[in-house]
Design a protein around this ligand. Structure first.
Ligand code: HEC
Length: 119
């Protein structure tokens, strides 16, 4: 059923370089999309577990949706992200990589006032 290639398990960082880094920087300043580290911080605030965060991001990458956006203001500023057509294995790899990019140095969501918790 699933189309799993026999190639090595995709590496999230490589998937990011190839498919996301044209628009997303990892840390501020932004390119044409919000930087990854503050977005990952928002995911850590919103979702209790990595599994939930990964599931949300995989769904978002397949079908970006204003209603489901973690940061509707980003859509106002940058526009809605285009859907990313990649095999599930690559979406999962990049989503797991993304979850691990959270970095308190950039504050919760790059915003202020909500305090840092749960890493
Ligand atoms: C053509 C430019 C572009 C590409 C390519 C792109 N993005 Fe985005 N992305 C955006 C923009 C613009 C936003 C902010 C607006 C929005 O949320 O739709 C965004 C939002 C996001 C968000 C926040 C989603 C949320 O829950 O609100 C994440 C996470 C993300 N991108 C990850 C990725 C990853 C991972 C890839 C590669 C697989 C990728 N993006 C490729 C432009 C891009």
């Amino acid at each position: 059923m699933a189309t799993v290639s026999l190639a090595a398990v995709p590496d999230g960082a490589t998937v990011f370089e190839r498919n996301c880094s044209v628009c997303h920087s990892i840390a501020p300043p932004p390119k044409t999309a919000p930087p990854i580290a503050p977005l990952a911080n928002k995911y850590h605030q919103r979702f209790q577990t990595k599994a939930e965060g990964v599931a949300h991001l995989m769904a978002f990458l397949k079908k970006p949706d204003k209603q489901k956006s973690i940061d509707p203001q980003a859509i106002t500023r940058f526009g809605l992200m285009p859907a990313i057509a990649l095999p599930d294995a690559e979406l999962r790899a990049v989503a797991e990589w993304f979850w691990n990019q959270s970095n308190p140095a950039f504050g919760p969501g790059g915003g202020r006032g909500q305090g840092w918790r749960n890493r």
